[in-house]
Each structure stands twice: as C-alpha cells, then as structure tokens.
Design a protein around this ligand. Structure first.
Ligand code: PEP
Ligand code: MG
Length: 584
C-alpha cells in the first residue's frame, strides 16, 4: 500500500539535528488518534462508525444541556446549542466526505485533521467572539474522538507515543507550547506554519531540539504512529523511511555528533580572529536548565538573558526576592564573566503580560517590551531592584527591549535611580557601576544611535526585530518569510550606523549565529556576539578562522551593494573560504 513507501515532506529547517522515532500528531492539547490505512470496502463501515459516534455525542450533549439548565438556568445551557450545531456542521462533513476517499485512513484520523485545520482558520478570524468559540470546537472534537474509540483500545500508535519519545507534528506551536516541551519525551518537532526567527524556533534551538517549520499540509498528510526521521539540517520530514535511509541518517547523526564534540573540546580557546581581534562570545539564555550548558559551551558569560520566560512561565510574576535569588544563581555560576539581563519583553508573539480583553490588531507594534514595563512601573521596579541586587554577586549588565528613542531611555534612567535610592535606604548592596544598555531593534533607535550612545554604556542589536521593523515584514508570518532578510541593505546600513556611534555594540539576534553572515558582522565592527549555547562552539571556531581586516574590506563592499543577495553572497564566500569544513 502506498502508505508503506517512504515519503518526504519539505519545510524550512530552523533548528539543526536529526530526530528518529514515532510521529505524534498533536494540535493544542488534543492528540491525534492512531491512524491506519483502510480498504475501499471498509469505507461504508467507517461512515457508520462515525455516524454512531455523532449520535452518541449528540445524546451526551443533550443530557449535559439538560443538567446545566437545571443547575444554572437556560442561558448557561445555551452553550451546548453551539456544540450541537458544530457537530453536524455541513462544511466539516463535506470536507470529510472529500478527504476520506482521498486519504483512505480510518475516519477518526481524517476527522481530526479536518477539524484541526478548521480550528486554525477560526483562530485567525477578526471577530473575537468567533475566535473564542475555538474551545467549543475542540471540546466537540474530543467528544467525537472519544466516542469513536473502541472501549478496549488496541495497543497502537497512541500507547506507542505515550511510551517512547516521539517526533511531534503540529499545525502550530506557540512559544509557550514550545517552552513546555519535555526534551525527554519529544525528540524534535515539525509544524505546518512558522518561521526561522519566531520565538518558537529560537526556543527549539535553546532546547537543542531539531525542528522544521512551514511544511504544507503536514497535519493532513502525516499519520500518528508512523516511523519518521526529522532532518533539521535540510528541513525534511521523512515518513516511513526505508532501511537504507535510516542507515544513512544514523551514520550522519554519528558523524555530526563527532564533529560537534570536536568543536566543543575547543571551548577554552579564545574567540580571536587570526589577526588578533577579540570578539566577546556570550550566550543567549532562556531557561534555567541551560545554565550548565553556558559553562560547557565555553561562553564568556551571558549576552542576552530573555527574562520573560522565567517571569511569565509560571503562575504569576515572581516577587523581587524570588527574582533576586534566581538572578543571583545565574550571576554566580557565570562569574567572572558578565551576565546581561534583558528586562521583560512580553507581547508580540511571546506570552502576554496580562490577558487583554481585546486582541491587539498589530501586536508587534503594540504593547510590547519596554512599553509594557513602563506602564507597570511598580512591577518593573521589582525586576530592576532584583537585577541591581544580583550585581552585588558578580558582573551584571541590564538592557531594555524595543526602545524607540530617548524618551524611554530617560524614563528608564529615572526608575533605575529610584531603585538605587530604595536599595541604599534598605542597606542592600549593589554595583553602583552596573552597565546599562539598550537593544537596538527599532529603526528609529538605530537612526538616533549617536544621541542614545551618550546615555547608555552599550548597545545590543536585536537583528530579529530590527529586520522585522525595517523591512516591515512580520517575523512569524510564513507567507512573507522569504522577505525576511537580515542582509537587506537597509538593515545593514542601520547596523553600521549603530556601531559607528562608538560604544560597545553586540549582536544578539539570530543573525549572530549564522556562520555564513559572521564575516559581515565582524567586518561591520560588532565587538560582541551573543548566540544560543548549542551553536556557540561553531561560531567560536568560525571567528578563529577569520581575518578581521579581510572582513572589514568585505563589509565595505557590502555597504555599497544594492541588494540583499549580493551582500549575503559576499559574506558567504568569505565564510566558505575561511572555514570550509563547517560547510561539509
Ligand atoms: C531580537 O529581536 O533580535 C532579539 C534578540 O530579541 P527577541 O528575539 O527576543 O525579540
Ligand atoms: Mg527583539
């Protein structure tokens, strides 16, 4: 049967590595049922099974409605009318009739895929009421699936998935879904939407999970329980791999691991170019479990600690004391190197600071980053005091996300000064000279960098957002992902302008970990790079094989180039020439 043949689905690789195992298909909490091929003669039987499940669900919903009406009144019970309507929704049933003969899978698996796609469309509609109905649809889906399950479920894909680590396939994963993934249970993931600079992709790299995004028809075309290989280098999901393919990937996995370990073994060598320019190489960190990896990677401290995952990941923002304890642990473990804390950057595609009554139309242009912190000064000051107090235990810097100009910098300085005063009054020690910096990720800040440089100690260029805001291309929208080019001449010129302002300038966006673009960043004059711990050994090796002067000459040419392709090619050629082994 065709399903036994190897098939390849292609997407965009966003986190390197290879994962081999059983596929788990899951979309937002509702796991896909086990999938099996059916024969044409089974179709009728499958429809009957489905019809019976619908009738059972209908009966359940009616009885629930009656119970709720008795307990809370008719108005509360009306919610089940919406469930009942959805249960027999024509659009869904027609789509199911179309997909079943096309896919020849058991009907619950096809129903699952059809409803998941429908839910994703609903999640994107403008009408907040309709959007909020997605939970009802999910509820109906779960009921129907439960009613289709045999009472004694045969050990199949479901139990397989529960027992062993799996490759996860989903329509989409939010950054918080990703943050929740347990690397002991999930070997890698693949999604139908997504982009390389979304926080979901960034987190995959932090967790060291191979990941591929933007695979068209993923949920429709894959089956839970299938054997798969996820190739995070080339962006492929291989369904039903042949023994030869498995052998090839096992060998590749071993080879890559060996090469990687050889790079890790060089962790104590300084990140200095061949002609002696030192580039501080620090780590980007999101989670506490990464702290050990900072040391292992040989990072010179932390260049970007994204505090939002710690602050918003649990139930409510930790108070000053808990934050202080947490920050202090990190600072002490990185000593004598510096840890740069970025204050809360909520909003955009990340966790919201507060659940907003109305969805923001343009969240990336809305209540995000420093704007949130400045509008909640008491909470912001708790974070600032905790960071200041941590500075008594090692070298600490603080920086602020999404600054657009001087007004925000002035406000931040005022609050910082207030915090210092308060700590002095409480007789709590802190470093009076703690470095204060800002992220340069909004074009207006880059254009004003000469002025801003008089007010702060350092800049850190967030190329993910700087690219997004300069080219006006949403970093998580896969429809415009091909336009997201950090080598756009407009972006490069803004970076140069920022570096020319003359204060220490780091690059902490994803561009810093792209070894093809490293010669460009070094040539533009970045003094520091901050990258995910997994990629750090690679970047160190690359820096050690570059010639700074050569990079500067190349960057001058790049600054005169007219398009992103030319700039990328110039940098890539120098990279290839300087460290060819990293491209093998
Ligand atoms: C950036 O924008 O480049 C950056 C480092 O910040 P984040 O990815 O967290 O928005
Ligand atoms: Mg950013």
């Amino acid at each position: 049967m065709s399903e036994q043949f190897e098939r390849r689905l292609t997407g965009q690789p966003v986190s390197p590595g290879i994962a081999m195992g059983v596929l788990r298909v899951e979309a937002r909490g509702c796991e896909a049922p086990a999938t099996r091929m059916i024969l044409p003669t089974e179709m009728e039987q499958e429809w009957q099974r489905f019809e019976q499940a619908l009738s059972r669900t209908e009966a359940e919903l009616h009885s629930l409605k009656a119970r709720v009406a008795k307990l809370s009144g008719a108005a509360e019970a009306a919610i089940f009318d919406a469930h009942l309507l959805f249960l027999r929704d024509r659009t869904i049933l027609n789509k199911l009739r179309q997909e079943l003969p096309a896919r020849m899978h058991n009907i619950d698996a096809v129903y699952y895929a059809v409803v998941q796609n429908f839910m994703e469309v609903m999640r994107r509609v403008d009408d907040p009421y309709l959007r909020s109905r997605v939970v009802d649809i999910a509820d109906v889906l779960q009921r129907v699936l439960k009613n289709m399950r045999p009472t004694e479920e045969a050990p199949g894909a479901r139990s397989l998935c529960e027992q062993c680590p799996c490759v996860l396939a989903a329509y989409d994963l939010t950054p918080s879904d990703t943050a929740d993934l347990d690397p002991n249970k999930v070997l890698g993931f693949v999604t139908e939407t997504g982009s390389a600079v979304s926080h979901t992709a960034i987190l995959a790299r932090s967790l060291g999970l191979p990941a591929v995004v933007a695979v068209p028809r993923l949920v429709m075309d894959s089956r839970a329980g299938q054997q798969v290989i996820l190739d995070g280098y080339n962006g492929e999901l291989i369904l039903n791999p042949t023994p030869e393919t498995k052998e090839y990937y096992l060998a590749l996995q071993q080879e890559k691991e060996k090469a990687y370990q050889a790079l890790v073994a060089m962790r104590d060598l300084p990140s200095v170019t061949l002609d002696g320019r030192h580039i501080r190489l620090a780590a980007n960190v999101e989670f506490a479990h990464e702290y050990a990896a900072i040391q292992r990677s040989g990072a010179e401290g932390v260049g970007l600690f994204r505090t939002e995952f710690f602050l918003l990941g649990g139930g409510g923002i930790p108070d000053e004391e808990s934050q202080y304890e947490h920050y202090r642990t990190l600072v002490e473990s990185c000593s004598p190197h510096e840890v740069i804390f970025r204050t809360l950057d909520s909003g955009g595609d990340k966790l919201p600071f507060e659940v907003l009554e109305e969805k923001e139309d343009n969240p990336f242009l809305g209540w995000r980053g420093i704007r949130v912190s400045l509008s909640r000064p008491e909470i912001f000051k708790e974070q600032l005091r905790a960071i200041l107090r941590a500075s008594a235990h090692g070298r600490v810097g603080v920086m602020f996300p999404m600054v657009s100009g001087l007004t925000e910098v002035r406000e931040v300085h005022e609050l910082l000064e207030e915090c210092r005063r308060e700590l002095r009054e409480r007789h709590l020690p802190f470093d009076e000279n703690m470095r204060v910096g800002i992220m340069i990720e909004v074009p207006s800040a880059a254009m004003m960098s000469d002025v801003l440089a008089r007010y702060v100690d350092f800049f850190s260029i967030g190329t993910n957002d700087l690219t997004q805001y300069t080219i006006a291309v949403d970093r998580v929208n896969y429809r415009v992902a091909n336009m997201f080019r950090s080598t756009h001449p407009g972006v490069i010129r803004l970076m140069r302008q920022t570096i020319n302002a003359g204060i220490p300038t780091a690059v902490c966006g994803e561009m810093g970990a792209d070894i093809k673009l490293l010669p460009l960043l070094v040539g533009l004059g970045a003094t520091e790079l901050s990258v995910g711990t997994h990629l750090l050994p690679l970047v160190r090796y690359a820096i050690r094989h570059l010639n700074y002067e050569e990079c500067c000459n190349m960057a001058e040419k790049a600054l005169m180039a007219e398009d992103s392709h030319t700039i990328r090619t110039l940098s890539r050629e120098l990279a290839l020439k300087s460290y060819p082994s990293l491209f093998e």
